[in-house]
Write a protein that binds this ligand. Structure first.
Ligand code: AMP
Length: 428
């Protein structure tokens, strides 16, 4: 019989993993709230054209990595490979600019890219990120970059490196592409086949390439964009850096940092951790002042970042296996069907009235096996009940840590929890 496996590059998150994921997600929600960002959730699929136009035809994502299909109605759909385009689509669709001139949005979501799976590179992966839509001013850039930095600090990731650059306003894009092409033409034989064709079509895509040898050629020979920046671009960039200095965010001005997506303008940045090795990028972002307009909205400047959650775990060196599972406070060892009925009733009362996590035996196992299960569930107490206890209107309560046992009348059982108890919930 065929045994199904999860698709290559996807991962199941089991209960011992999801505990950690929930903690991280809660920390992200709390962090975002402190900065006044509101959560946005967009559908898992969109029209393919949204990504083709937003990210750009010819990018690796659009040309090779999207999970796309035509549905029964003939519509071309794609599982989202990134979040900026869907968020901007939603921003325009719901006229968020009419509600406020500045919209601060964040998300935590699953994304899909058909990349070659390896450590830190999956086909379904998770990102959190923000999009601040409405301000063209450098303080907005500083807020966004500082948030990306501070969230890693909050999580305790060390050896952080913030790289930042300006790729200028859209007017200098064409002259830069021309200069870039000229600087690389005589070295094109050292580039991979894909990059050779990119050189002619849209040389900015070269910066997408993951091949180390192409990266080497770019590092050595590609003309940098700083020489073409306008006075306004320079002023904007200098102000961003001054704000970062004032906020004590360390950064490296990397004049070679050009993110390859079509929609980036002016500020681009990346945060990496030296601890990550080959896939060292934790997060990337930048300004995209033209995208809202490109999608049919009013010209509106914006800036955001996206950060990989799997990479965060790697940077934190978290081994998410072998963790104790705080699954339950009470394991109800019930012996016989009458006992199960009483156990169900008491369990429900404790959950609703006391907020106590209770698990009731449903496998009709021996007392010994049920006690083992109580241990496995990391329970604080085992409540033992059988026909004799029902007749005496009592429950045997075993404190798992000390092994102490006592008999408690059924109508007094909730008093066990009326004072401070040593339960597993995070509030105690
Ligand atoms: P991007 O949307 O490509 O700018 O990526 C932003 C961040 O998402 C990266 O810095 C990574 O942390 C993470 N990321 C991107 N692609 C993947 C992937 N295939 N698997 C895991 N994480 C990814």
């Amino acid at each position: 019989m065929k045994k199904f496996q999860s698709i290559k590059g996807t991962k199941d998150l089991l209960p011992e993993d999801t505990i950690l994921w929930r903690e991280v997600e809660m920390a992200i929600h709390n962090f975002m709230q402190l900065y006044g960002y509101g959560e946005i959730r967009t559908p898992v699929f969109e029209q393919t054209e949204l990504f083709a136009r937003g990210i750009g035809e010819g990018t690796d994502i659009v040309s090779k990595e999207m999970y796309s299909w035509i549905d029964q109605g003939g519509t071309n759909l794609t599982l989202k490979p990134e979040l900026t385009a869907p968020v901007v689509r939603s921003y325009i669709q719901h006229n968020l600019s009419g509600k406020s001139p500045i919209n601060r949005l964040y998300y935590i979501d699953s994304l899909f890219r058909r990349e070659r799976p390896q450590k830190g590179r999956l086909r379904q992966f998770h990102q959190f990120g923000i999009e601040a839509i409405g301000s063209e001013y450098p303080e907005q850039d500083a807020e966004v970059i500082s948030m990306a930095y501070k969230i890693y600090e909050m999580f305790g990731v060390d050896e952080l490196v913030v790289k930042i650059n300006s790729i200028g306003s859209p007017e200098i894009r064409q002259p830069y592409l021309q200069a870039l092409r000229e600087s690389l033409e005589s070295h094109s034989d050292k580039l991979c086949k894909t990059c050779q064709s990119r050189l002619g079509k849209n040389a900015l895509r070269l910066f997408d390439c993951k091949s180390e040898s192409c990266k080497g050629v770019l590092d050595k020979f590609a003309v940098t964009i700083d020489t073409l920046l306008t006075e306004e671009d320079k002023k904007h960039f200098q102000s961003v850096l001054k704000y970062l200095d004032a906020m004590k965010i360390p950064y490296i001005h990397d004049i070679k940092l050009v993110r390859g997506l079509d929609y980036y303008t002016r500020t681009t940045f990346e945060i990496a951790s030296r601890k990550l090795g080959a896939q060292d990028a934790l997060c990337g972002g930048g300004r995209y002042d033209k995208l809202v307009e490109e999608f049919g909205g009013k010209p509106t400047p914006a800036i955001g970042f996206a950060a990989g959650i799997e990479r965060l775990f790697i940077a934190l060196d978290i081994d998410d296996t072998n963790k104790p599972l705080p699954l339950t406070d009470v394991y109800f060892v019930a012996l016989g069907d009458e006992a199960v009925k009483v156990a169900f009733e008491i369990a429900e009362k404790l959950r609703l009235e006391k907020g106590i996590a209770v698990t009731v035996e449903t496998l009709q196992r021996s007392m010994k096996a049920q006690m083992r299960e109580a241990n496995r569930n990391n329970a604080q107490f085992a409540f033992i009940i059988g026909d004799n206890e029902i007749a005496a209107n009592k429950i045997i309560v075993k404190t798992m840590k000390s092994g102490e046992q006592q008999e408690v009348p059924i109508d007094k059982i909730d008093e066990l929890f009326s004072t401070e108890h040593d339960c597993n919930c995070s509030d105690c």
